[in-house]
Ligand binder design. Structure first.
Ligand SMILES: Cc1cc2nc3c(=O)[nH]c(=O)nc-3n(C[C@H](O)[C@H](O)[C@H](O)COP(=O)(O)O)c2cc1C
Length: 224
């Protein structure tokens, strides 16, 4: 099989929000995450820590989440703000835009708040992915080290894509910090940043046809 170029992998990648239950081998996940540790980090701190759930541990976690979601549909107290309060323009419109584009693919109108909320809860099931990784960072770390998490996450995401494995980074897991920390056994000094759903994309799912928009290049890149 011909290897995809980095450019091809970058162009193909998108956030997948419906997965088949086809298993993904632990060995493949271990290999990708190991290679992703070649990602750069300021001062080579490598401030990341990953916990993988797959196979039997995913089955146990899914069962635990079912009871947690039933007991506490709103989730737990979050430990960081996913977005700034009163998100200003143009960010607000970009966020709104991708949400509306997604619900259009799903055929869920704005008035149907119940269906939209129910759909969002798919986050708590990794959109059906059979495997996932949770990404933690030491609580003492600041903004530069949090940006290092993005380095390794994107490297891993692209390496998965190269293997034909789809992913979705999920800050939605910030709503379940206690549950995830207890389940993974992460040390108290570690804070959960996000989850990464890992699996085979469902080719029949309309939501997976979403290609999110990007701001005009002139708005984000200037040559001075
Ligand atoms: C750190 C991070 C967290 C994200 N969290 C979520 C999430 O909780 N749920 C979700 O459906 N998408 C999540 N996304 C996916 C974004 O919505 C997506 O990257 C963006 O809309 C651009 O679309 P694309 O990834 O398909 O290019 C997240 C992406 C990143 C990078």
């Amino acid at each position: 099989m011909k290897r995809l170029s980095v450019s091809e992998v970058v162009a193909r990648r998108r956030s997948t929000r419906a997965f088949l239950n086809t298993p993904v081998d632990d060995a493949l996940i271990a290999d990708v995450l190991t290679r992703a540790t070649r990602s750069p980090s300021g001062g080579n701190l490598q401030p990341w820590r990953f916990y993988v759930v797959n196979g039997t541990s995913m089955a146990r976690f899914a069962a635990l989440m079912q009871t947690r979601m039933a007991d506490n549909p709103g989730g737990e107290a979050t430990e960081y703000d996913v977005y700034p309060a009163n998100l200003k323009e143009p960010y607000r419109s970009r966020r709104f835009g991708v949400g509306e584009a997604m619900y259009e693919k799903l055929g869920i109108p704005r008035e149907d708040k119940f269906a939209r909320l129910a759909w969002l809860q798919n986050n708590d099931r990794f959109f059906g992915a059979p495997a996932a990784a949770f990404c933690f960072v030491d609580r003492v770390m600041g903004k530069p080290q949090w940006s290092d998490l993005g380095m390794i996450l994107q490297t891993a995401i692209l390496l998965f894509e190269e293997q034909g494995i789809a992913t979705c980074a999920q800050e939605a897991w910030s709503r379940w910090p206690q549950t995830v920390s207890q389940f993974t056994g992460a040390a108290p000094e570690m804070m959960l940043f996000c989850g990464l759903a890992i699996g085979h994309a469902d080719p029949q799912a309309a939501v997976n046809t979403l290609v999110s928009a990007r701001a005009p290049v002139e708005e984000v890149i200037s040559f001075v």
